[in-house]
Design a protein around this ligand. Sequence first.
Ligand code: FES
Length: 279
Amino acid sequence: MRALMTKLEQATALDRAGDRLQRAVQATLRPQRVRDLLHGVFLGHPLHPAMVQVPVGAWISAAVVDLLPGQRRAATTLVALGTVSAVPAAVAGLNDWAELSRDQRRVGLVHAAANTVGLTLYAGSLAARLTGRHGVGRALAYLGLGAASAGAYLAYKQGAQVSQSVSELHRMSDGWQPVAELAGLPQRTLVTREVDDVSVLLYRHGDEVTVMLERCPHQSGPLGEGEVQEIAGHACVVCPWHGSAFRLNGGEVVHGPSATDQQVLPTRIVDGTLQTRLP
Ligand code: FES
């Protein structure tokens, strides 16, 4: 399966269709607050994987109920619930997909294609059941479940959207550690330092210094190479890879595609030396 994933990631033949779809998604899903809503910024958790629980649960339940005698109505209801709820989940997924790097978009495109086939088969299943052809409806539903499962497997393997930075904390040792001399830190400028091999981002404002992990929680982009922007009255660092923005005085995510905050570390000044430790 790893070889298949690598092949998909390198399948440049998918780029033309992928680039077109990406432009269409970005032109349609506007403004930024709509995209943030669909990314799950308000939840602090990616929305797409949460939303897909409804269609997946309904469709798997329908597959079980279809095996029982006298349950046609229940199965039809479950197929209808899954089919209707899959549409907004797909919109949220497209919104996430449009922000991925090109190689990830290739895998995502196949994931989306498999799910589109699955959704079409379930829509056919629903139409068949509503017109009394329950045998056809059952067969189409099982085919749809197969297609949707293949799509879900690709997304699971790709593992996008989990916070990619907090695992770095395991490499930091306990206790306060020196990071920099306060006097040498420039004002309102992004500075990177290493603490036990973990890259941290420093931002000084007056005598206050924020220390946060430098790797973006979205997909480990180097925030130290990002820009400082004023957003909604707060200084924020904007990730250079996909544009997520995090407040520099607390790490809260302001704009996606990241749906999780950046990890900020405690600080103190001792004899003019900035120190930090594990939260
Ligand atoms: S790595 Fe994607 S927004 Fe930072």
